[in-house]
Design a protein around this ligand. Sequence first.
Ligand code: DC
Length: 219
Amino acid sequence: MSYVITIDGPAGAGKSSVAKRTALELGIKYLDTGAIYRAIALILAKSEIKPDNEEFLREALSEIKIELRGSSVLVNDFDVSGEIRTPEVDELASIYSAVPAVREALLSLQQDQEKYGSIVAEGRDVGSVVFPDAKIKFFLTASPEARAKRRYLERINKGKEADYDKILQAIKQRDENDSKREISPLSIPKGAIFLDTSEMNEDEAVNFILEKVKEALKH
Ligand code: DC
């Protein structure tokens, strides 16, 4: 029988790497819902469709085809996987994902992924709204400072420029946007296991999750 594991939490808590590795260890699919929000935000911004223009937005959303192929995201058959990982798209995704029409349009696309087998879904509302009946739910977080430090080191290690204070400020701003929005605010889903990774490395977080999943799968 297929099952769903959800991992929600704020930006930079290590969700992506932990979710990816958990899926790999369990031999199941990884669903990066943030990538879908990023892709849609990118295409809407490129098309100059403002987030407050509800009518235009709905029309545009009905014409956009988003597809997940392995770890790639395709918009109207065009692979945007590389383009969506920039600080500009961080900000755009945070803005457009607060729009009800955008969330509605992306809900069934996310839920449909369950049809293709077991998944580890990662996002902001996957345990509360998208897969409320998931087998096991996690809420992964870390202090804003710990998350900013990770993002900073990630960029430096990739040979990119980075400013710790700016990253910290951007993280706090995104937390504020994601938590205060009216629709699907970032929150701890009912029944989720809370995990603060501020003082943990990735291996420890993955092992913690795998232990809990194995226990849950016995029942
Ligand atoms: O996880 P991420 O940084 O790739 O997410 C990008 C943005 O999309 C972030 O601002 C929150 C939003 N998002 C969301 O609202 N709901 C999700 N399930 C996933 C992401």
